[in-house]
Design a binder for this molecule. Sequence first.
Ligand code: IMP
Length: 436
Amino acid sequence: MPGLVIVGAQWGDEGKGKVTDLLAERADVVIRFQGGNNAGHTIIRDGETFKFHLIPSGILYPGKTCAIGNGVVIDPGVLTGEIEGLRERGVDISGLRVSANAHLIMPYHVLLDTAGEIRLGKLEIGTTRRGIGPCYADKASRLGIRVQDLLDEKILRKKIMAAMEPKQQMLRPFVKDPALDLHTMTETYMTYGHRLEPHIADTAKLCWDALDRDATVLFEGAQGTMLDLDHGTYPFVTSSNPIAGSATIGAGVGPGDLNEVWGIAKAYATRVGAGPFPTELDDEMGELLRERGGEVGTTTGRDRRTGWIDTVALRYGRRLNGLTALVVTKLDVLSGIDPLRICVRYRHPDGAVFDEFPYHQSIIHAVEPEYEEMPGFEGDISAARREEDLPAEARDYLNALTDHTGVPVVLVGVGPGREQVIWMGKEAEQRLSAAT
Ligand code: IMP
């Protein structure tokens, strides 16, 4: 005890990296539990920008253990690249641990991801094309290659052969791709293995030991609730479970070890890739949010779709994750926009009203958002550090989010820097002391 889970409460890209970075200071262990290098975190520390796709954000604190849990799918080329990049910048990475049971993204996964999207044509999911889906599919088919396989050439070669065999037909268009040559692939992956070996560990045991000695473990989620494989807007989802419960499986702890669950939400909403997005703004306001918020994907460089904040989806997220606190990021982006809109329910063209997120895909695709309008706020709030520094309208907006979700807002982001945050009074103190 205690365990604190950070989850995306929307469609990903909520600013989880910055929150994890802030909380990592108080934690002993930071562990990622799902997803792969489809995620991307940008952290600005003392004016220096760091971008991570796999390594937990806490790595910037010397002495912390930063783990990549068994539930993560790892592209070892990307991971070794990140390790090298951090080393070159003088960051101590001796605390990095990689689960021996995590699955590896192989060159054929990346090719199959792209081929699958091309085959779907107009029906494409809009994946990041990093091989995430095919890798998790192999894991479920028990054809996956795991980190520990990198330590034994014979096993590695055998497993790659077994995994490629059933894919021959799908891989036919790529037969000449040198990355698919069995010998080259085995050699390349053995090299990754040698480089990763000092970091390979039993990360579940490491979490257990930390919790057992009352140290704080931070479980860092990737993507967001609405991209959850089971509960999101399937099939326009990722291939893992970004919701909080998944931390038990992806890190190897018991449900009782997750004491606090903090949901991260932007003050508005964004989505990358295809799929329903009820509050999407296809107009000048959407463009304004995109421009002001710098809404371009860290991983793929794609423009993000933008819209008003959606409390129907956030209430759904509260329920699925058991949220104990809400963190609202990028509030500064809304400054000067008047009125502000908060989606409070959906209405179907046939007149049906939905206060709860509907389970049926046809309904989700057809609903229109209903908004509560709130007066906007003016001025630059990026220097605000206390709740009282915020204009009354901004505070009203945050209070309305708490009212509509039933979850207290404990932390607010007012700019990209790690110091540009506001801890929200007593509520923040209570949740923080429960969490750390
Ligand atoms: P995949 O995870 O690459 O298979 O992509 C599936 C869907 O999840 C696509 O709509 C992606 O845009 C979306 N997605 C995956 N990772 C992220 C993320 O870190 N942030 C936002 N969207 C993501």
